[in-house]
Write a protein that binds this ligand. Structure first.
Ligand code: HEM
Length: 948
């Protein structure tokens, strides 16, 4: 501990100027005297989200202390991190660090920041050949401080090889840096290849923990014995037992197909999340289609593989299913799927560092067939084929082509036979990312095509008014030449509009979708910090972060390390816009100050590129990130149809999602119209991410692209098969790798906060029983060490018995597929639609995709976005709008998706007026402070969704 840290800690808690009950503060003295935690030096010493007893007492009182013995993160038990019941009596809100509520929220933010720092430190594993440099460093530079890599150079066969410098130092310039390039090259101008289409997915876990089925080393063998395989335990059996939605009246659901004529009498039961709507489910699929894809134009390799429905575990022994049992389980042994594409599967080389042997990459690696950047590539394209499907308006090529339907509404045009396409997409709208299409994706693609065009209209209007004025845009090849409005070409405007739309989307996701998905005060503050920074509106958290910096890095003699880690604390100034102003002595963290001279210079590569930070490891998403986005349970089977021109409180019909997939989406969207689809999906709750709550229609999805087999696939079983093909570690090691506590039995999944006699706990125990039945138990052997990622609390090695008596029967918790484990996590922080394991993956990767992107940091400038575009992103549209009241105690701007919907579908303005966050069910009364209650707002009392 560094001397003086106690004083700093006292300062941060304001104990020297106390104004609250002495009894409360007395709880904090021991914790404060100990000072701030040091960032772990070794993987096995990580924070794990568990704090000391006195810290827990100080931040959450007896309740927080009581739950310290559970595996789940402690901050969820602090004061004021839940709804109003979590608040202690006394003051709350900003500037009250001293109060129990202030300590609770500040404490949660500190814990989250520790997690992020350690995730960046311990969880970056690049698969494209740079990993050895990351550990060893290069040219006397620490690995974590490296900023360029040979592996990120454009290869000789790239048509732009010469343009970026060929064999010499590669640097993108001129036309290559003006806008987002189709394939994502030249985002980082010094690492042209990074994040581009076709690069390898990275990993967040140690390479030797991947592909546990292959039993590559003794730890993996000790951990899983011979219990794992691609179809072991059987994926379809797991899907049918642990994922199927149980129906009170199966005839009314009809396996997710509903009733004839979209009758409103149809019903498919599903467990609902009261604080998220169906738009939120399709939004995240819309996002994943921007970030990653493993498939090539919607297809995998030619080889077909079975999908299970062959065996089940009975009394710990794997047994073949009889035909009767298959029928009972309703699974299909004849299902086949195309084998997943693999990019590299040659044996990776090894190297030695600090006396230990390492793999240079994972034993197999797959390619991201999309750009990894948050560049709206699902709309604008990521390779030649996908760009071909993006249709521009011949009347104004700066715009997307939208065609009028018979009802007079404008929609995206349909795919033509001349377009590159997978035959199973016939009849769909023509978009860059066309796979797994449905009415939900069609909705968002149309909304954002309209938004793009509205921006172009606004620009054209300004150009008509002030044709000779400076548009803000510059050509990096001639940086000093002013480009006037009248001289901006259609192509330049199209690309600027793309930048604007991509930034709006990233802002919606960061400040509107995610805070609703993780609906509590620390996450609201933390996510707004990622975007806007804590400097401006949230001074209490900023102070806390600065103290950690001083504690850990201020004294460091290693300047590079200090600089690297300092970037983590960009949450002080916000990641978005980092480095887009340069003042003397403030090259990265400068906040806009009109009184100072801004030295940012388009002709200086270090200014253009200066705000990014990859933390020593080239940016791409890890395989683990794809896995935690397998959120199929969010989808209901039936969409409740409403009519804006009638009574919006009435559900007039129910349509099966099966009737809206692929080509059928076109007719469905046009028949209802965007406004009615917005209303319907905006009011309906999405499916909770929990066991026995996945859509029936996805267990029976027809797959016309696959010959033979049953013609159908169980997409939920496929989620497990794909994760296994890609070597995702199983649940317990996954948690250990990410710096979370392991579980020691399936019983740990139950929510410890529930009263012992509650019906909810009984239901959780029932489901846990099925997890045990599906994955089994084994007799443990304490001589077998199973991991090196963590140790037991007493420092001893973790063994096969997980703390149970040697030779006793223990649960096969090590074998659980991550997707199943995530759904089984019943204990979650307040308002968390996802599990804490999923969240841990997001903390790291959601920050990185902002930190690494030049267009969200130092190149977020009018020179690229135009002045209008720059302001459009900052203001969520043409002008800033402030929301009525103080939602959850904060004054906020009207949120960006709400603004986009009001602009692109003006018919929805009245319905949206009382809505704060477009992903919260639109007719819900948000009540006080992060309420999750399901009750109607004024005017929606007759909405029948509230009677069920
Ligand atoms: C009608 C709606 C949907 C359909 C028909 C659908 C269908 C599918 C299918 C067939 C696959 C497997 C592709 C393969 O590996 O061969 C898949 C993968 C996936 N789906 Fe969905 N899905 C839907 C909605 C969603 C939603 C709402 C999410 C939420 C995030 C989602 C997330 C994913 C992810 C992350 C993958 C893995 C992608 C990859 O491997 O790169 N899907 N989906």
């Amino acid at each position: 501990m560094v001397r003086g840290s106690g004083i700093l800690a006292v300062a941060i808690l304001g104990l020297s100027a106390c104004s609250t009950r002495t009894a409360d503060l007395a709880d904090c003295t021991t914790y404060v005297a100990a000072g701030f935690r040091k960032i772990a030096d070794e993987r096995a010493q990580r924070f794990l989200g568990k704090v000391q007893e006195d810290t827990a007492q100080c931040r959450g009182g007896d309740r927080a202390v009581a739950f310290r013995s559970t595996p789940w993160v402690d901050w969820q038990n602090y004061w004021a991190v839940g709804d109003s019941n979590s608040k202690a009596a006394g003051p709350s809100g900003e500037h009250v660090h001293l109060s129990p509520n202030g300590r609770g929220v500040d404490g949660a933010l500190l814990d989250l920041e520790y997690q992020r720092i350690e995730l960046i430190k311990f969880n970056l594993f690049d698969n494209s050949g740079t990993f050895a440099q990351y550990l060893r460093g290069r040219d006397h530079i620490d690995g974590a401080a490296l900023k360029t890599w040979e592996e990120m150079r454009l290869p000789r066969n790239n048509p732009l090889y010469a343009a970026v410098g060929g064999n010499g130092t590669q640097l993108c310039r001129g036309e290559l840096i003006r806008a987002r390039m189709l394939t994502g090259i030249c985002n980082d101008i010094k690492n042209p290849l990074m994040g581009s289409t076709g690069q390898m997915f990275a990993r967040n876990v140690e390479f030797d923990t991947t592909f546990p089925e292959s039993g590559n080393n003794f730890l993996v063998k000790n951990r899983h014995g011979d219990r794992l395989g691609l179809l072991k335990p059987d994926p379809q059996v797991i899907s049918r037992k642990l994922l199927t939605r149980v129906q009170s009246d199966p005839a009314k659901c009809n396996d997710g197909r509903g009733l004839a004529g979209n009758s409103a009498k149809a019903n498919c039961d599903y467990k609902k999340a009261p604080f998220l709507n169906v738009l939120a489910a399709f939004w995240v699929q819309f996002m994943t289609h921007d970030w990653f894809s493993h498939l090539e134009e919607g297809s995998n390799g030619p080889e077909l593989i079975p999908m299970g429905c062959e065996t089940e575990i009975e009394a710990g022994v794997e047994k073949l299913l009889t035909p009767e049992r298959m029928k009972q389980l309703n699974c299909r042994p004849e299902d086949r799927i195309d084998k997943g594409l693999i990019g590299i599967e040659t044996q990776p080389s090894t190297f030695t560092y600090a006396g230990q042997e390492y793999l240079s990459r994972a034993p197999k690696a797959t390619q991201n067939k999309n750009t990894a950047w948050w560049d709206a590539s699902q709309l604008y394209g990521f390779d030649e084929d996908s760009r071909h499907r993006v249709k521009r308006d011949p009347g104004d090529p700066a715009k997307f082509l939208l065609v009028s339907s018979p009802s007079g509404e404008a929609y995206l045009p349909l795919l033509q036979s001349s377009d590159p396409m997978n035959p199973q997409w016939a009849g769909q709208e023509s978009v860059a990312f066309a796979d797994n299409w449905s009415v939900g994706l069609s909705f968002f693609h149309n909304v954002f095509a309209r938004e793009h065009n509205l921006f172009v209209d606004a620009f054209r209007e300004r150009a008509a008014q002030t044709p000779d004025a400076d548009s803000g845009l510059r050509n990096p090849a001639t940086p000093s030449r002013i480009i006037e409005y009248k001289d901006v070409t259609a192509d330049e405007l199209f690309e600027a509009a793309r930048l604007v739309v991509a930034a709006e989307i990233a802002k919606i996701h960061t400040t509107e979708w995610t805070p609703q998905l993780l609906y509590n005060e620390p996450l609201f503050l933390g996510l707004n910090a990622n975007w806007h920074g804590l400097l401006k509106d949230f001074p209490q958290a900023r102070e806390a972060l600065e103290k950690i910096v001083v504690q850990n890095f201020g004294p460091s003699r290693d300047v590079k390390e200090a600089t690297q880690w300092y970037s983590v604390f960009a949450s002080g100034s916000g990641i978005f816009g980092l480095g887009n102003h340069v003042y003397a002595d403030e090259p990265i963290f400068a906040a806009f100050d009109p009184a100072k001279e801004d030295l940012w210079d388009l002709s200086n590569p270090d200014h253009v590129n200066g705000g990014i930070n990859h933390f020593g490891s080239p940016f791409n998403f890890p395989e683990e990130f794809v896995s935690v986005y397998r959120l199929h349970s969010m989808l209901p089977d039936l969409i409740e149809l409403r009519d804006l021109n009638g009574d919006p409180n009435v559900i007039s019909g129910k349509i099966s999602l099966l009737e809206t997939v692929r080509g059928k989406a076109t007719g469905a969207l046009r028949k209802g119209g965007l406004a009615n689809w917005g209303l319907s999906m905006g009011r309906q709750r999405l499916g909770a991410l929990t066991l026995q709550n996945s859509p029936l229609f996805l267990q029976n999805l027809s797959m016309p692209r696959l010959p033979g087999g049953s013609g159908k696939v169980d997409v939920l079983a496929l989620d497990l098969v794909r994760d296994r093909e890609r070597g995702i570690p199983r649940f317990n090691e996954f948690r250990r790798q990410y710096g979370l506590k392991q579980l020691t039995s399936f019983d740990d999944f139950a929510d410890p906060h529930l009263p012992k006699d509650s019906a909810e706990l009984a239901e959780q125990r029932r489901l846990i029983g099925i997890v045990r039945e599906s994955y089994g138990q084994h007799r443990c052997d304490a001589a077998k060490v199973i991991t090196k990622a963590q140790t037991n609390d007493d420092g001893t090695l973790i063994n096969d018995c997980l703390g149970h008596t040697n030779g006793s029967m223990v649960d096969n918790i090590e074998d659980v597929d991550v997707v199943i484990g995530m759904l089984a996590e019943f204990a979650r922080p307040h308002g968390f639609a996802i599990s804490e394991t999923q969240f841990q993956v997001f903390i790291l990767n959601a920050s990185r995709r902002l930190f690494s992107d030049r267009f969200f940091t130092s190149s977020f400038r009018p020179e690229f976005y135009t002045q209008l575009g720059y302001e459009w992103v900052l203001n969520n549209g043409p002008e800033k709008m402030i929301e009525n009241g103080l939602p959850n105690g904060h004054q906020i701007e009207v949120m960006p998706l709400k603004r986009v919907l009001m602009r692109t579908i003006p018919e929805l303005r009245r319905e949206l007026a009382p809505v704060i966050d477009a992903f919260d069910p639109w007719a819900r009364d948000r009540g006080e402070y992060y309420s999750l209650e399901w009750k109607p707002r004024n005017g929606a009392e007759s909405d029948e969704a509230f009677t069920r």
